[in-house]
Write a protein that binds this ligand. Structure first.
Ligand code: FEO
Ligand code: CA
Ligand code: CA
Length: 621
């Protein structure tokens, strides 16, 4: 989602990543290849590999790829536009679970008709805005499992066929189109995947599903109200835990709120979250007091706006388990929550906050996750939250966001307040203002990769700077000390999107968003933004062992007009990959009817694309 991710609410004096990068890049020019020395030992493995120091079947250098990580024939630029997807000639794809498909037999599916009456059953149909997801196999199966998938957003024009809801029933359809689905998928003997209708695991969690809260904010005034906590919204990217649960992340929740009489009780801190009297134009507040910022101060729904912006844990294997909002990981516009096991069995969760000039965060559990769970504690409820500061010399620090940090404590009275207004705590801590942090992925050598999708408001960029212009985004990586749990790190730039964009260069891409580094070191990059050369949004594959201007970046898939490519999940053998096309045609059937036949007049629908290699090989190879 690009249009609504790009506000600015951070007017703190914290340094921007651009200014850090300018100093860092000029320093790097001076030391020429001395990154390993300058950066200490943390980066040694990737720096070595980049120089060709790491050899082996899964770690080729840029010069020797014949039998290496990436061998497929890329989609040519000339074929990557128009109303239907393109895929490498070495691959094939299949469409599953479009928006509106019924989870049960006996319920009608919505199939893109201009008559949307089937959407009266939206809470029992696949939602819209397919985004982050993960595949939870049954016993390591490569042909049967549960797909947990986010439904980030769907504008009124797409979902309702009108710009504003005209009844509470319209609002309910819109709310039910959001949230997540848990769906049982199976691959049949012919290799085709399908939704198992009537599976006991099939489930929708949407804007009106009962949820619970846990962690330090519970019991505080900040989320207090007399109403039952309900719903999850703007579910963007995701994570998953080693104990088998799914993490769905609430991003632009502010957009669903509005003020029916134009007035709003004063809490200036909410402007840091972009809450406003108009929101994104969903108009829910016109019929649903929950989303009305003009509600009376004693409303049942007071503080409703603080009940969104969290990481939400869902157990896909227990359809009766209530989703839990884990407040220890802070309230922000969470893009995703990437979990890795760190030193001492502690879990570390990396999170981006996708807005111009917002921050990168990490959460570290108090103890070993297995020991905590054995004591009946969630590792995601007890721990410490940090925000990142990137220094000019290629080092960085994690800044604690709690009453233990005097720079933060001077502005708050409790950890519950800090976690409710996390962005403001990070302002005071001195975190570095980033260019819209989107997805984060941990590479096999422990380096952590993060897409910074773009930031067109960077006026200080200049042509002499390797990043200028930064309108197209880049990917950074860092390496934390003490196996992810330490407070310092070293960092580097993996790729600047614009650097692959030259006349006649087939590698062009911009606005990196979805990201996954596979266990062999392939870096899957998905885009969300205006691509160059007429390309639709796309998914590309690079190698973490590659570097420099000649980096091999190959286009595996291109989407359809107006869409964005989102979400990455794989079967355990990595021979099946699931990705999504989100908002195809931006809902406009004149641009595309996908996944229906072109010329059918059908309204385009978000759907999941199942990708496999024709020779059955590992995806990305
Ligand atoms: Fe939900 Fe930042 O994309
Ligand atoms: Ca985006
Ligand atoms: Ca995104």
């Amino acid at each position: 989602m690009n249009i609504n991710d790009d506000g600015i609410s951070n007017d703190s004096k914290n340094r921007t990543f651009q200014s850090v990068l300018e100093v860092f890049s000029s320093r790097r020019e001076v030391v020429k290849g001395g990154l390993t020395l300058a950066a200490g030992t943390f980066f040694a493995s990737s720096a070595l590999a980049a120089k060709g120091g790491k050899k082996g079947p899964n770690a080729p250098t840029g010069q020797n790829r014949q039998n290496g990580l990436i061998n497929f024939t890329p989609v040519p630029v000339a074929e990557g536009s128009g109303p239907v997807p393109s895929i490498s000639e070495d691959y094939q794809y299949q469409v599953i679970i479009p928006w509106g498909e019924a989870l049960k037999s006996g319920i009608p599916s919505y199939e893109g008709e201009t008559d949307r009456s089937a959407l009266a059953y939206q809470e029992q149909q696949v939602g819209i805005g397919h985004d982050g997801m993960w595949f939870f196999p049954f016993r390591r199966s490569n042909s049967r499992g549960l797909l947990a998938i986010n439904h980030e957003f769907g504008g009124n024009g797409h979902v309702l066929g009108k710009s504003l809801p005209t009844s509470i029933d319209d609002v309910r359809i819109s709310q039910h189109a959001h949230g997540i689905s848990v769906l049982e998928l199976r691959r049949d003997d012919s290799g085709r995947w399908h939704l198992v209708k009537d599976s006991i695991y099939n489930r929708r969690v949407h804007g009106n599903t009962e949820v619970s809260f846990s962690g330090p904010v519970v019991g505080s005034e900040f989320i207090a109200g007399d109403s039952t906590p309900m719903g999850t919204l703007n579910n963007c990217a995701n994570g998953y835990t080693p104990w088998g649960t799914y993490l769905t992340c609430e991003e632009n929740f502010n957009g669903y709120f509005g003020a029916s009489d134009g007035s709003w009780y004063p809490d200036s801190r909410q402007s840091r979250y972009g809450l406003s009297t108009s929101g994104f134009g969903y108009g829910w507040h016109l019929f649903d007091e929950r989303f009305d910022l003009s509600r009376p101060a004693n409303s049942l729904y007071r503080n409703e706006e603080n009940r969104f912006g969290w990481v939400v844990e869902v157990d896909p294997f227990n359809p009766d388990a209530m989703p839990v909002k884990r407040t220890a990981m802070g309230r922000l516009k969470h893009e995703g929550a990437t979990l890795v096991e760190g030193h001492g069995g502690r879990v570390v969760v990396y999170m981006g906050d996708d807005e111009r000039f917002d921050y990168i965060y990490k959460f570290v559990s108090e103890g070993n996750w297995k020991a905590m769970r054995a004591q009946g504690m969630s590792p995601l409820d007890h721990g410490t939250l940090y925000a990142a500061r990137f220094n000019d010399d290629g080092t960085g620090e994690w800044l604690e966001l709690s009453m233990n940090n005097p720079a933060v404590a001077a502005h708050f009275t409790s950890d519950a307040e800090i976690l409710t207004f996390t962005r403001i705590a990070a302002d005071h801590a001195g975190a570095t203002k980033m260019d819209r942090p989107e997805w984060i992925s941990v590479a096999p050598n422990g380096d952590v990769y993060c897409t910074l999708t773009n930031n067109s408001r960077r006026t200080e960029a200049d042509a002499a700077n390797p990043l200028a212009p930064n309108a197209d985004g880049h990917i950074i990586r860092w390496h934390d000390s003490e196996r992810h749990t330490g407070l310092d790190f070293v960092w580097d730039i993996f790729i600047i999107a614009e650097s692959t964009h030259a006349e006649g260069d087939e590698r062009t891409f911009s606005d990196p968003d979805g990201l996954w580094v596979d266990p062999d070191g392939r870096v899957f990059i998905q885009t969300d933004g205006g691509q160059k050369k007429g390309l639709n949004n796309q998914m590309l594959v690079a190698s973490m062992y590659d570097s420099g201007d000649n980096m091999d970046v190959r286009r595996l898939f291109t989407g359809v007009s107006g869409d964005e490519i989102t979400g990455i999940a794989v079967t355990p053998d990595r021979r099946t990959m699931f990705i999504n096309t989100q908002h195809p045609g931006n809902g406009n059937p004149d641009l595309t009817n996908f996944p229906a036949e072109q010329g059918s007049g059908r309204i385009p629908r978000d759907c999941t694309i199942v990708i496999s290699r024709k020779d059955g090989g590992i995806i990305g190879s």
